[in-house]
Design a protein around this ligand. Structure first.
Ligand SMILES: Nc1ncnc2c1ncn2[C@@H]1O[C@H](COP(=O)(O)OS(=O)(=O)O)[C@@H](OP(=O)(O)O)[C@H]1O
Ligand SMILES: [Mg+2]
Length: 454
């Protein structure tokens, strides 16, 4: 029985607290009644899980837990279970780093830079890339680790970037100091600037169809991050062109659905007003899955001064069982520039979707489908835009293992074997809780594509 069966026939987008307008970052402070959802004590499920596998993977890893407490909930090929545990711990640590940087950003914009394509990038993007690269290399040996990731060191190496680079190095070291809390081994001494730059620039693999590589979006949804809203840390492992595991850290996504109705800034204000009970807000989760396991899991973020002890209250998640479009909710990017809102509105009308779209920054949209909080995700970028593998890989495997379907908008699987881009992606990306909804959307796209301006 799934622990998290959170399907609401009556849900409305505003109850999620996500942005509904394309540019607004204004908090939605309206206090809504908690949603109805089922929640069973996690120990029941943990103890009864037939898929309990204790790690037998050896010492090359930096995971230091007592084997009796090692992540018992990881199913699938044993040879990959240690990769998943290290990936989850590294993403947990990255979320901790992002939360610190985001709270500083909200009081000052000093750490926001523009990349050559004018997209924003922050200290968090480089710092997360550095720590995850460093942890993966430490855990598996740098010769065995190949990473395709979003950031490079160009901006950091420009004349005049000394101050920025210094902040990145400090942020990385502050975070790695706490690696032990996540069951990871940190460096013996502080990393110097060249080591941090090396960790970032080591993520320059070009991917491809053979062998194994990781793909990382250190801060997906940078706009959401800057605006104090939703964002994600996304890490996936790809083997011979197939995504074999995915981890999504969603620091502002509440663990419990009933709290989705509050905007992230509302959480922050309440936490400040009542620090002693702030933990009860329980904001943030890490979601993960391993290909072929038929399971996807969610665990809460580790709070300050707490340690990650597997299985860290992990609960299984499943996609929604709603297959009636009239009851379904669809998610899409917040920014019109990233996906045509008018095209999705037409599709929604033609398949009979009645609920308002849920506009959410980042791969939190994939998380929302996997958790059963929405049923459809659609993205139709402008012609010529090439989707990157790190913006989708982790979300795709998580939704598939949670029971959903993800394809391009012609119904073909996404192809992660062609380098850093999703080459051959046709029309757009569609993720659905089930085959019935997916089929309806694909047919609707077919029927209206030629008359669209896309
Ligand atoms: N023009 C255009 N069209 C489509 N997609 C684009 C485009 N430009 C960027 N990107 C990529 O989209 C990522 C953000 O996607 P989201 O779904 O989070 O969009 S939104 O921020 O909610 O509008 C965003 O990821 P981040 O850079 O990590 O934020 C980009 O990889
Ligand atoms: Mg991204």
């Amino acid at each position: 029985m799934p622990l998290y069966t959170a399907n609401l026939a009556t849900k409305l987008p505003h109850r999620f607290g996500f942005s509904r307008t394309n540019t607004s970052s204004l908090p939605n402070y309206a206090a809504f009644k908690p949603s109805f959802f089922f929640f069973f004590p996690s120990t029941h499920i943990l103890n009864s899980s037939p898929n309990r596998i204790y790690s037998s993977v050896p010492s090359s890893s930096s995971i230091m837990e007592d084997q009796k407490h090692v992540g018992p909930l990881i199913s699938g090929p044993k040879s990959l279970s240690q990769e998943l545990k290290v990936a989850v711990a590294a993403v947990q640590m990255a979320c901790f780093l992002c939360q610190r940087v985001q709270s500083n950003l909200l009081t000052s914009n000093a750490q926001i830079q523009a990349k050559d394509d004018n997209s924003p990038v922050t200290v968090a993007d480089w710092s997360v890339q550095a720590i995850i690269s460093w942890i993966l290399s430490k855990s598996f040996g740098s010769k065995n680790v190949s990473i395709v990731a979003e950031e490079d060191v160009q901006t950091l190496s420009k004349p005049g970037a000394d101050r920025l680079l210094k902040v990145v190095v400090e942020t990385v070291n502050e975070c790695l100091c706490e690696a032990y809390r996540f069951g990871l081994e940190g460096p013996e001494c502080t990393l110097c600037t060249s080591e941090v730059l090396e960790a970032i620039s080591r993520c320059n693999s070009s991917g491809g169809s053979t062998g194994r590589f990781w793909t990382l979006d250190p801060v997906d949804g940078t706009l959401g991050f800057i605006r104090g809203d939703q964002y994600a840390v996304a890490l996936a492992l790809i083997e011979d062109g197939e995504v074999v595991l995915g981890v999504l850290g969603c620091p502002n996504y509440p663990m419990r659905k009933e709290w989705l109705c509050y905007h992230p800034r509302y959480h922050s204000i309440i936490s400040k007003l009542s620090p002693t009970t702030s933990e009860s807000w329980d904001k943030g989760c890490v979601i993960y899955a391993q290909k072929g396991s038929g399971e996807a899991w969610m665990q809460p973020l580790i709070h300050v001064n707490k340690k990650l002890v597997w299985p860290n209250s992990a609960i299984p998640i499943q996609v929604s069982s709603i297959d009636d479009p009239a009851l379904a909710t669809f998610c899409e990017p917040v920014e019109k520039a990233n996906s045509s809102h008018s095209f999705t509105a037409g599709l929604a009308h033609s398949v009979g979707l009645r609920n308002q779209p849920l506009r959410v920054y980042s791969m939190v949209k994939y998380a929302a489908i996997a958790r059963g909080d929405a049923e459809i995700f659609m993205k139709f970028a402008r012609a010529g835009y090439k989707e990157k593998i790190w913006d989708h890989a982790a979300g795709v495997v998580i939704i598939q293992e949670a029971g959903g379907v993800v394809t391009d908008a012609r119904g073909c699987p996404l192809n992660f074997s062609k380098g850093m881009y999703l080459e051959g992606l046709d029309r757009g990306v569609i993720a659905c809780a089930g085959a019935n909804l997916h089929d309806k959307i694909i047919r609707a796209v077919d029927a209206s594509w030629n008359s669209s301006c896309l």
